[in-house]
Write a protein that binds this ligand. Structure first.
Ligand code: THU
Length: 163
């Protein structure tokens, strides 16, 4: 038997001012995007901002539905829009900002499993890591260097015999 420990580097910033100007700007865009969340059911509002290699920023926010599973997370709204608008342009960073009107003190947003899977598809396709900035209204900011870091042993097209 072989044992393997899988870990990753999580960078924790106490304040946005410790980030680069570009990262601060992207987080701000995610926070602004959150204002257009449609979250009447969960009251959990999420904004996402996707920075592309060509400098464009594509935003998204969670969009809920009375038929709950029909809704979509902010991250997927944003990354699918980016893929639709700029196919083939690599994604550099995704900033996410979440807050709840039930309890304003959420810790930094953590993308759900479906969003991780959706984002890693693009990371693997472009063969370049996508970094993540996770935040909430207040509190620390987490930075991960790639989606693979927080989705180890991910399912991908190789399992389908396509690559
Ligand atoms: N949500 C996101 O937008 N992103 C995530 O990564 C986690 C959850 C949304 C989905 C739903 O509208 C609400 O937050 C509560 O789950």
């Amino acid at each position: 038997m072989e044992k393997k420990k899988i870990g990753f580097e999580l960078l924790i910033f106490d304040d946005a001012s410790e980030l680069s100007q570009n990262e601060q700007k992207l987080l701000h865009e995610a926070s602004m995007a959150r204002q257009n969340a449609y979250a009447p059911y969960s009251k959990f509002r999420v904004g996402a901002a996707v920075l592309l290699e060509n400098g464009e920023v594509i935003i998204g926010s969670n969009q809920e539905n009375a038929s709950y599973p029909a809704g979509l997370c902010a991250e997927r709204v944003a990354i699918f829009h980016a893929g639709a608008k700029y196919p083939g342009v690599a994604v550099k960073t995704i900033a996410i900002c979440a807050s709840s009107s039930k309890d304003g003190t959420v810790s930094p947003a953590a993308p759900c499993g479906n969003c991780r899977q959706s984002i890693i598809e693009y990371e693997q396709k472009q063969r370049l890591p996508i970094s993540l900035l996770l935040s909430s209204e207040t509190g620390p900011i987490y930075k991960c260097n790639s989606m693979a870091d927080i989705l180890p042993l991910a399912f991908n097209s190789s399992f389908l015999g396509d690559s």
